[in-house]
Design a binder for this molecule. Structure first.
Ligand SMILES: CSC[C@H]1O[C@H](OP(=O)(O)O)[C@H](O)[C@@H]1O
Length: 348
């Protein structure tokens, strides 16, 4: 599934497999303007921190084409569009990371046509690098799983959340590629159901045994010894190793600690935010109540009753057994291992 994000350079159009409609309908959503890309990000046509970053990189190229219609004022218009793009979703640091890389690459280029070529090449490099990083994580993380393990995961940190192969699911694919028999428990992950709809879709297509579990079953499954390890993705990992990930992740981590089950996070270096010292400062996205009040088009809560719909929570670094990256597996104390391994900044 390395083609769910495609860019038609001639038409300057971003083509996305519409994840709102999976697993029942496979349909492409076309983004011809920055407004289309922002819509796709905010409504989760495309979602997942690395996939958000790759889509935003192509979104910058679209912004440039759009800005050139402003003639002599194209730079001002471009900056307005880039700012709109960078603010589409607040938690996954990959979004501002990608837009920042594009801005940096184009800082001194005066000719918009030259800038367009530079930005297209960089977006394609970010795209290819993400897949390569995921496969490296698969090798490092796959070695941590044992033949016969049942691995719980939360949300979707697979090919659909990245440019391809996946982070948490990349670790599972890496172990399978090593010849290990791995079964997966996919927490359904209300309210958007990334686990039930997307992780189950990916792994079933790959022939990897997967069972969908209600989020509420987590403790029972662990208590009964049905979970050997937990591997999840991340949207932002900060300097002390605190991790922002899909709502419910911190609860899974607390339960894993209680039952003595190793809890791993898999994420590329582009998901780290070393400028933020700890998880209390990570912006947590507050999404539309409609995702909670409705399942599809069916209302399930009484009119007039308010709901919470925080999209992420923060897992304390003390609950994390290891952080799997493309540069190796980080161990506690994370403040020093992150500074040592991730702090050596490398550009794609
Ligand atoms: C490989 S990072 C995927 C990460 O992003 C998901 O959030 P969303 O579906 O809202 O974009 C979730 O936190 C996953 O772990």
């Amino acid at each position: 599934m390395e083609d769910h994000i495609r860019f038609d350079a001639e038409a300057c159009t971003l083509l996305l497999l519409d994840q709102r409609k999976l697993p029942l309908i496979e349909e492409t959503f076309a983004c011809r303007t920055v407004e289309d890309v922002v819509f796709a990000l905010q409504t989760m046509v495309v979602r997942g921190a690395p996939a958000i970053g790759v889509s935003a990189a192509y979104g910058c190229r679209i912004a440039l084409r759009q800005a050139m219609a402003a003639g002599a004022y194209w730079r001002n218009e471009l900056e307005r569009l880039l700012s709109m793009l960078a603010q589409a979703r607040p938690t996954a640091v990959n979004l501002v990371w990608a837009v920042g890389l594009m801005r940096e690459a184009g800082y001194n280029i005066q000719d918009p046509r030259e800038l367009g070529e530079v930005w297209l090449a960089l977006a394609m490099k970010i795209h290819a690098e993400d897949i390569a990083m995921n496969k490296a994580m698969g090798r490092f993380g796959g070695a941590l799983l044992a033949d016969g393990d049942t691995v719980m995961t939360h949300c979707n940190a697979g090919a659909l959340a990245t440019a391809g192969y996946g982070t948490a699911l990349g670790v599972i694919r890496g172990a399978v590629d090593m010849g290990k028999k791995i079964s997966v428990i996919a927490n359904e992950t209300r309210p958007f159901l990334q686990g039930a709809r997307l992780t189950a879709y990916e792994l079933h297509k790959d022939g990897i045994p997967v069972t969908v579990a209600c989020d509420n079953a987590c403790s029972l499954l662990m208590q009964r010894g049905m979970v050997d390890k937990v591997v999840v993705g991340a949207d932002r990992i900060v300097a002390n190793g605190d991790v922002a990930n899909k709502i419910g992740t911190s609860g899974v981590a607390i339960l894993a600690r209680h039952y003595g089950i190793p809890f791993y996070v898999a994420a590329p270096s582009s998901t780290f935010d070393l400028a933020t010292p700890d998880g209390s400062l990570i912006p947590i996205e507050d999404r539309t109540p409609l995702e909670v009040t409705h399942v599809g088009d069916t209302r399930i809560t009484p009119e007039g009753v308010p709901v919470f719909n925080y999209a992420f929570d923060v897992t304390d670094h003390s609950l994390i057994t290891g952080i799997i990256t493309e540069r190796g597996v980080l161990s506690p104390p994370y403040t020093s291992s992150i500074a040592e391994i991730i702090g050596q900044e490398r550009r794609p």
